[in-house]
Ligand binder design. Structure first.
Ligand code: ZN
Length: 334
């Protein structure tokens, strides 16, 4: 009897295993019982505890863990995930690591040590990108961003952290990419809303800075909430900018019900439309067992399965490419 999923799994292992192209290992396993407490009167005051607050609140709420975590604690969290990724047969992964005034340099230094451990003990590639949760425009976070540059493999960013000044945030990242020769990965269009046009902005900025083929967008969920004509235009811009994507399927499939009318779609990177456009899409786990995604376990096959189901892509060759080759490409390992 033929089982397509088992077949796909075997073929991926035959190519050395999956590539987890986007994650936040430094905060993995940081969720607590208190985060679930319904009585918690935390920021946002959401029913059902802090785990139910809005993304933008969570960007601040994770400060509690980050403030208290020593380099040793960070090292333990990162290496716990790395061992689990290895157990699954993942061949390489890239994690964003908080480099901001709250985490200081502790998470980054722990990640640098974990990278060596992964190489020596697990025979696995572990790449580091900086996460810029406090932006890159104010003096203190900017200094930490700049100090992190020599240690990261990929320059990471989150323009939403510099709300209202997203263009300047992208200028800083892309300039750093040009100066260091490193690839750039940027969180964009996360909220599944047609009010967001961050992918379009990113494409324009990539071309303005001459960074074509060296930049990857993480998520791009909101693209699917726009009209077909706009989506087509964005895909063309992505091709012109050589912009690749990382889909993190379970990360946004939980997008909240909303009465805004939009084209019917699942809250996932529009993988089905990007493939025929020739856009490179890789796959990542994103958050694991933290305040953002308390039940996420980092299982890359769950991610692949959710991606193929939510976009109805049954092309095994494409799925294989997404799981392995495209991951290596966006990590700069190809
Ligand atoms: Zn992320």
């Amino acid at each position: 009897m033929w089982n397509p999923l088992s077949d796909l799994r075997e073929r991926i292992q035959g190519q050395g295993g999956m590539v987890n192209a986007h994650a936040h290992f430094d905060r993995a396993y940081s969720v607590t019982h208190a985060d679930f407490a319904a009585s918690h009167s935390g920021v946002g005051g959401a029913a059902g505890g802090l785990v139910n607050t809005h993304l933008h609140e969570k960007w601040k709420l994770v400060d509690r863990f980050k403030e208290s975590a020593s380099e040793e604690v960070y090292f333990r969290h990162i290496t716990t995930v790395l061992r689990d990724q290895k157990r699954q047969g993942v061949q390489a992964c890239l994690s964003f690591i908080d480099c901001d005034p709250v985490a200081g340099e502790r998470a980054l230094q722990a990640a640098v040590r974990a990278k060596e451990m992964a190489s020596k003990e697990l025979h696995m590639r572990f790449l580091i990108a900086c996460q810029t949760l406090k932006g890159v425009l104010d003096r203190e976070p900017r200094e930490l961003f700049e100090r992190a540059l020599p240690y990261v493999d990929v320059i990471g960013g989150l323009p939403g952290a510099d709300r209202g000044r997203e263009e300047e945030h992208l200028d800083v990242l892309l300039r750093a990419g040009r100066e260091t020769g490193k690839r750039v990965h940027v969180h964009v269009d996360q909220l599944n809303s047609a009010t967001e046009k961050e992918t379009e902005l990113l494409c324009r900025k990539v071309m303005e800075h001459g960074m074509e083929n060296r930049v990857t967008a993480v998520h791009g969920i909101s693209i699917a909430a726009h009209s077909k004509a706009y989506r087509k235009e964005v895909y063309k811009m992505c091709r012109d900018a050589g912009l690749s994507f990382v889909a993190c399927p379970t990360a946004w499939i939980d997008a909240r019900r909303d009465e805004t009318l939009a084209p019917t779609h699942n809250a996932v990177t529009p993988y089905d439309e990007m493939l025929p456009e020739g856009i490179v899409v890789a796959i990542g786990s994103d958050n694991i067992c933290d305040l953002y995604k308390p039940f996420a376990d980092g299982d890359m096959f769950t991610e692949l399965r959710v991606l193929l189901e939510s976009t109805h892509v049954y092309d095994v060759e494409e799925l294989l490419r997404t799981a392995v080759v495209n991951g290596r490409k966006v990590l700069g390992l190809a």
